[in-house]
Every structure is written in structure tokens, then in C-alpha cells.
Design a protein around this ligand. Sequence first.
Ligand code: SAM
Ligand code: SF4
Ligand code: SF4
Length: 341
Amino acid sequence: MAPLLDTFRRPLRNLRLSVTDRCNLRCAYCMPEEEYAWLPRGDVLTFEEIVRLVDVFTGLGVERVRLTGGEPLARRDLPELLRLLARRPALRDIALTTNGTLLAEQAGALRAAGLHRVTVSLDTLDPERFRRLTRRASHGQVLEGIAAARAAGFAALKLDTVVLRGTNDDELVPLLEYARSIGAELRYIEYMDVGGATRWSPEQVVSRREILDRLAARYGPIDAVHDDSSAPADLFRLPDGLVFGIISSTTQPFCATCDRSRLTADGHWFLCLYARDGLDLRALLRGGADDAAIRDAIAAAWRARTDRGAEDRLALHQRGPMASLADLRADPRLEMHTRGG
Ligand code: SAM
Ligand code: SF4
Ligand code: SF4
């Protein structure tokens, strides 16, 4: 079968599945507000509905899925969904991004259910700073979750750190050394002006260039590691051999090779992190459409895809948060925590 390509000849390979819009943290760069409008529970896809869509997507070339949210481990019985996904031979890779707070109690069950890889978000090694950044005192649970993931045998554990100037940019080296000490790969993420990041300002962004300069000042010359994957992180190597990643969506976007799309917990499919609208697959599912009709709708949308959201943002003369609070209140699917990071 010829691969399904968009208007820039980008294939559809990766699907991020947001399994819930709820979260037990309130990270300043993602959910800074006091109140949120949640998706109605009855609109949230069942595991059977998710798997049916995944089967249609794999028929169109998707071979990797990542469970995300909100906080995916806050979705009840998540290992059950993993068991269903793990039975799909077309899925070469099944990964999870989590804030880690609920990982200690679930790591073993997730591994047994067939999850391949785990990425834990960790922005600081300081419990008090964690509390200020997330408005919850769960730092200890996150570290326990990371330990449990290692104990459960997840290889290639990754840690994701959003770098914010004046908040945690003094921890570039300590976080990297922590990752080294546990055999994990650290990935620094540039602060993005995505929906929900209502406090975003360019001054708080620590660019990939600056991250590399600061690490080079500490460790010596840093080499780029060349790989031809479409993974969002560019990899680098310290003189002592330690490899780490940088996800530079804000200052050096990688839209040219983007093969990712996102399904919200209520079944809206977004072709770009910055897209304003998605395709309502729940309406098709619950309206009685058969698989062929759903496949045709997905294929037509992907073929017409022109999105290069992060590049468009970079081209703006004046940059601020993508969506205003009023926009977010009117349409919660604009939120990063709804469409899945
Ligand atoms: N709750 C889970 C977690 O935090 O890992 C999964 C969902 S979260 C939306 C996915 C990723 O998006 C996290 O690594 C988070 O740090 C990142 N993220 C959220 N808002 C961001 C922003 N404004 N800029 C950069 N990364 C962001
Ligand atoms: Fe933080 Fe993830 Fe929750 Fe957003 S969804 S507030 S990044 S833990
Ligand atoms: Fe892909 Fe959109 Fe992100 Fe660019 S901004 S890499 S097109 S999801």
C-alpha cells in the first residue's frame, strides 16, 4: 500500500492518544489557572472506541502510539487499554508520557500489560520548587515513580524537562547528572506558546542555543548526534559520552518532518499541536459510520494537511500565548492538557 502523505509529503506514523483531560498537577506552563472547563464525561471515548480508531489509524500507516493527557495514569484501568493495544502487531511502539505521581503504584501493571516505554516529566530536583511550579506537593511521589519504572524493567527511560528562565534554568546540570545517575535520557524542552500556556513570554524561553552554550561551558564541546528519525528531540553528546536531547519547537521547529497527530480524550483528531480545529471522529463513531467511512475521512484530512504550526509561530513578529483565556474557556480542546503534549 502506498504511504498516506500530506501536502508536504509527510507520512502519518505517530498518534498521541490523550486518554483524559484531567490532571492532578497544575504546572505553571500548562495549567496555570484556578478553574478549568472539563470535557463532559459521557463524551470521553471508551477503550473499545479508542482501539477501534487505533485499528483504522494503523491501517493508514500509524505504527507508534503515545498515551498522554492530562495525566494518563489518572484514567481508570489504563493497563486494560494497554493490554488491548499490545495485541496489535501493527503497533511497533507503545509509549507513555506521565507526570510520574501515580507511577509507583502502576509501573508493574503497565509493564505487564505491554507498555514498551515511559517518559516522565521532571522539571526540578527541589521539592519546594516542584510545589511552587505545580501547585502540588508530590515531588517525592514522582521520584518514587521513576524508581518504580526502573525496577519494573522499562529500558530507555526518558525524562522531560521544560526549561523556564528564572524558574529552573539553574538546574540544567543537576538534572542531567540525575538522569545519568539513573541511566535515563534527559530531554530539555523549550517553553512553548501552546494553548493553555497563558503566562508564556519570550523572555522566559531558554533556547536550544543557550542550553547548549551553558552545557558546553560546564562540560566542554558538545557534538550533535545524527539520526534520521522524525523524533522531536535532537540528540547531543557530551565529551564524556553522555547523550541528551533538546526539543526546540519554539526557536528551531521541526515541522518539516512531522508525522504526528493527536486524538483528544473525546475523540477530536488534531493534525498539529497548534491547530485551531480538529476532526470530530467521535461523531463518526457514535453516528454509526463504518470503519471504511472513518478511514476515508482520516485519509482525506491527512492528504490535505498543510500544518506547520511551530514554524508559523516563529514567523510572527510579536509572539504571545497562542490562545487567550476567553478562547480557552470557549473551546477547551485548544488546551495542551486536552489535546495531549
Ligand atoms: N501530564 C503528563 C506529563 O506532564 O508528562 C502528560 C501530558 S503533558 C501535556 C505532556 C508534556 O507536555 C509534558 O512533558 C509537559 O512538560 C509538556 N508541556 C506542557 N506545557 C508545555 C509548554 N507550555 N511548553 C513546553 N512543554 C509543555
Ligand atoms: Fe503538568 Fe502534564 Fe498536568 Fe500539564 S498535563 S499540568 S504538564 S502534569
Ligand atoms: Fe508537527 Fe505542528 Fe508540532 Fe510542527 S507544530 S512539529 S506540524 S505538531
